[in-house]
Design a protein around this ligand. Structure first.
Ligand code: BDR
Ligand code: CA
Length: 316
C-alpha cells in the first residue's frame, strides 16, 4: 500500500529488537523495506542470524537483511547477554533461517536504498549507531537523502541502564553516536530511556501468551523472547525500548519532543553519557503517551488480552 511509511530498521536482535521487527512487520502503517544488522546485544553473526530467523518466523521472508558492522568505531565490542541471554533472543527456540543475507553490507545498503528513494525513507536505529556513522562517513549526502531518522539512544534526565551514566546503545559506540547527533539530518529524533522505560510489558502480558496452546506468530514470539527476562531473571517488567522507537517513526504524536544539541561523553568514568548542551536540531523525546503506545503495541501484535482484562476489571 502506497500510504505506508517506508522504513529501514537497523537492529542488534536482541529480544526487544525482535518485538520491534514484529511490530514493523505487522503494523498497517509501515512498509519494512530492509533490515541491517550490527554488533550490539550479541555479535553481528548472531544478530544477523536472529534477524533472519525472526523475520522468517513472522512470514516476512521477503524483507532483505544486510549484515553490518562487527565492532564499534573505536573500542572493542561489549555485549548485553546479561539481559538478552547467550544467543541474544532470551532463550527463544526459532527455526534457523535458510536464506542468505543481502549482497551489500549494512551501511552500503542504507546508502543505496536512500539514493534510490531520496527524501522517502525513514531509518530507525535500534542498536549501537556504528552502521549509520560509517554510512555518513562514506556518503555525507545520506543525511539529506533520508526523510527522517529515529534513534533508540541515550538517557537524558534518567540514569543509564548499563552504567549509572550510560544507555546501552550509546555506551557500546559513543563515537558513532556523537557523529550521528552532529550530522545535518532533515529530521533526527532521539528516543531515550526517559520515555522507553515508561512503556513496558508486564508479567501478565507474558503469562497471557503462555497458555501452552497454539498462538499466532507474534504472540508466540513474545512467549519465546520473554523467557529469559520473566523466567530466568524473574523480572516483572520488560521495557519496549525498540518497539516504541519504531512506533514513533510511524506515529510521531506518541511523543513530545524538544529541539536540542546533544553531546556524548567520550571518556570514563561517564563514557557514553548523553548531555543536552543547548538548543539545536535534534528532537529529543521528553514525554510519551505510554497508555496509547502500549495499547497500540498489544493490538498490532494481536496479543491475547483476556486474562489481563479479567484481572484488571476485577472479574477474577
Ligand atoms: C537498548 O539496548 C539494547 O539492549 C536494547 O535492545 C535496546 O536497543 C536499550 O538500552
Ligand atoms: Ca536493540
Amino acid at each position: 500500500m502506497s500510504d505506508r511509511i517506508p522504513i529501514i530498521l537497523d537492529v542488534d536482535t536482541g529480544t526487544d529488537d525482535a518485538l520491534a521487527l514484529a511490530y514493523a512487520v505487522r503494523s498497517p502503517r509501515i512498509d519494512l523495506v530492509a533490515a541491517t544488522t550490527v554488533a550490539g546485544n550479541v555479535s553481528v553473526e548472531k544478530t544477523t542470524a536472529n534477524t533472519l530467523a525472526v523475520l522468517d518466523w513472522l512470514g516476512a521472508e521477503s524483507v532483505p537483511v544486510h549484515r553490518g558492522a562487527s565492532r564499534p568505531l573505536v573500542q572493542p565490542h561489549r555485549d548485553a547477554i546479561y539481559f538478552h541471554d547467550e544467543g541474544g533472543l532470551g532463550g527463544a527456540r526459532l527455526p534457523a533461517s535458510r536464506r542468505s543475507v543481502g549482497a551489500d553490507r549494512g551501511p552500503a545498503a542504507v546508502i543505496r536504498l536512500a539514493f534510490q528513494r531520496p527524501g522517502e525513507l525513514t531509518l530507525v536505529m535500534l542498536g549501537p549507531l556504528t552502521n549509520l556513522a560509517i554510512a555518513l562517513n562514506v556518503e555525507p549526502r545520506l543525511a539529506d537523502w533520508l526523510r527522517a531518522v529515529v534513534v533508540m539512544a541515550g538517557a537524558y534526565t534518567v540514569p543509564g541502564n548499563t552504567t549509572p551514566a550510560a544507555e546501552f546503545n550509546v555506551l557500546v559506540d559513543p563515537e558513532a553516536a556523537q557523529q550521528v547527533f552532529a550530522a545535518p539530518f532533515r529530521d533526527l529524533v532521539a528516543v531515550g530511556l526517559d520515555v522507553t522505560e515508561r512503556v513496558a510489558l508486564t508479567r501478565d502480558d507474558w503469562d497471557a501468551v503462555n497458555p501452552g496452546s497454539s498462538l499466532p506468530p507474534p504472540a508466540a514470539l513474545l512467549a519465546e523472547v520473554g523467557k529469559f527476562a520473566f523466567s530466568a531473571l524473574s523480572r516483572d517488567q520488560f521495557s519496549l525500548h525498540d518497539p516504541l522507537s519504531v512506533a514513533v517513526a510511524a506515529d510521531p504524536s506518541l511523543i513530545q519532543t524538544e529541539n536540542v544539541t546533544i553531546e556524548v561523553e567520550p571518556v570514563e568514568p561517564e563514557r557514553g553519557r548523553t548531555r543536552i548542551v543547548g538548543p539545536g536540531s535534534v528532537r529529543v523525546a521528553t514525554s510519551v503517551d505510554a497508555e496509547r503506545a502500549l495499547h497500540d503495541f498489544r493490538s498490532t501484535l494481536e496479543l491475547p488480552t483476556a486474562g489481563r482484562r479479567g484481572l484488571e476489571s476485577g472479574t477474577e
